[in-house]
Ligand binder design. Structure first.
Ligand SMILES: Nc1ncnc2c1ncn2[C@@H]1O[C@H](COP(=O)(O)OP(=O)(O)O)[C@@H](O)[C@H]1O
Ligand SMILES: [Mg+2]
Length: 430
């Protein structure tokens, strides 16, 4: 019987606290942020570093499920009466143009486990309690099992104000707070979690919007790709006081945590798979702190095991995976991105490798990952690659990735949009 790689590894965000590894410092921050009576929470970091997974754990804690915190030996930090919430979880997309568009989406999203509209009281709608965790006693939230015969419409509980999204949103939130949060579930507040916030086109005024909506009854958590808060909210000055307790930068994982992802997987496979000592450490080294890459490589190890009819990931399995990676056979999605970037040009391929391999270990913490074109240009010339200026544009064009992004404040300085992809290029054989 082949082993199902998904039992132990996944490329999806981690929802189940049982599967979540490490991040003790951030879990502490989550406890503090949730238990501050008001304020905004901001989670940011690079792609694939584990932001959405952390948000899902934040959601669990908000509902009152602190099992992960207890497992991380942080039980002593849980307040005697932790603040509890009902939650909304929404992933933004780039079709949302601005703050009005965002509120309109929130008022219309019909997701029956995570949407705001599900909580708006309505005569025909049937809402039941459900738990997001395995611990039956904790983490209860509300979901819709029946939207009602009349469909979704404004009712006496929450008035839709035509052409006034902000007021409609306020009415919805007020109705949710008084009917569901207070009366029905006896919680402290409503938590609205907004993932992928960075993709919203125009973030002007977002800060003052959150400032005006945030109260003891309503808290927002926003999350997205960025180096700091100002990448998420343009007018971040207006929320600086709100956010004191809620800044959660997600950094690459320390090596022992990456290794622990393998350990966790072994546990989840329940004896069907073992990793020989030393292999988890090698995988962790390859992945540079990006849990996404650990999960991908872990999965591929299981695929190879299945081909070999074995159940021990040893040196042989590991080197097969590494070899497949080097030759572009292991990860079709990353490989497709690689081929798209080079666009059949040997010279561009070489340039891409020079850029990815550039040593950035000596630079300061916020500059890690930045590369300087001038350095690559020199290396390329030494290798006889010409016309760098014609090779570059494809690497920064939206439709081919983009692979690189200019660092706004610095001339000739770029950053790989996806650090996992950068690492893939480094490992990929030229
Ligand atoms: N704490 C964690 N423990 C185990 N795996 C994780 C953890 N955080 C992230 N991952 C894995 O890493 C990948 C990226 O996680 P995700 O939360 O989607 O990152 P982001 O939102 O920053 O892009 C997923 O495959 C997820 O399973
Ligand atoms: Mg994410």
């Amino acid at each position: 019987m082949p082993i199902n790689p998904e039992l132990g590894f996944t490329a999806a965000e981690i929802r189940d606290p049982e599967r979540f590894v490490g991040r003790t410092g951030l879990l502490k921050d989550c406890i503090n942020a949730l238990n501050a009576p008001s304020g905004l929470i901001a989670v940011y970091g690079k792609r694939g570093v584990g932001k959405s997974s952390l948000l899902r754990q934040l959601q669990q804690m908000a509902l009152g499920d602190y099992s992960l915190v207890k497992k991380a030996q942080l039980a002593h930090l849980i307040p005697e009466k932790p603040r509890t919430y009902l939650t909304v979880f929404y992933s933004c997309d780039s079709l949302i143009t601005d703050s009005n568009g965002l509120l309109a989406r929130l008022c219309n999203d019909q997701n029956d486990e995570d949407g705001l509209l599900r909580l708006v009281p309505d005569d025909g709608k049937e809402i039941v309690e459900f738990t997001r965790s395995k611990e039956v006693s904790a983490g209860a939230d509300l979901k819709v099992v029946n939207w009602g015969a009349k469909g979704i419409e404004a009712t006496k509980y929450a008035r839709v104000v035509p052409n006034d999204t902000v007021q409609t949103f306020r009415n919805f939130v007020e109705a949710v707070i008084s009917h569901q949060v207070r009366k029905r579930m006896k919680r402290d507040a409503l938590l609205i979690i907004l993932d992928e916030f960075d993709v919203i086109q125009n973030k002007e005024g977002m800060g003052s919007l959150f400032k005006s909506l945030t109260s003891a009854d309503l808290k927002f958590a926003i999350c997205g790709v960025g180096r700091d808060l100002s990448d998420l909210v343009n007018d971040h000055h207006s929320v600086e006081r709100l956010i004191e307790q809620g800044v959660l930068p997600v950094k690459p994982m320390p090596k022992p945590e990456s290794e622990a992802i393998i350990g966790k997987a072994v546990e989840l496979f329940r004896g069907a798979v073992t990793f020989e000592p030393g292999i988890a450490g090698k995988i962790a080294d390859l992945c540079q702190g990006y849990p996404y890459f650990v999960q991908l490589i872990g999965k591929q190890c299981i695929n190879v095991l299945n081909e070999m009819g074995s159940n021990i990931v040893d040196e042989e399995v590991y080197s097969r995976v590494l070899n497949e990676l080097k030759t572009g056979k292991a990860f079709p999605t990353l490989e497709a991105a690689y081929q798209r970037a080079i666009g059949e040009s040997k010279d561009r391929q070489l340039l891409l490798h020079l850029l990815a391999d550039q040593d950035t270990s000596h630079v300061s913490a916020d500059e890690v990952g930045r590369i300087v074109l001038r350095t690559a240009r020199k290396d390329a010339e030494d290798l006889d690659v010409q016309y760098i200026d014609q090779l570059m544009p494809r690497l920064i064009e939206q439709k081919y990735g983009p692979v690189l992004e200019r660092v706004a404040e610095k001339q000739g300085v770029y950053e790989f949009v996806n650090p996992v992809f950068r690492q893939y290029i480094c490992l990929r054989e030229f």
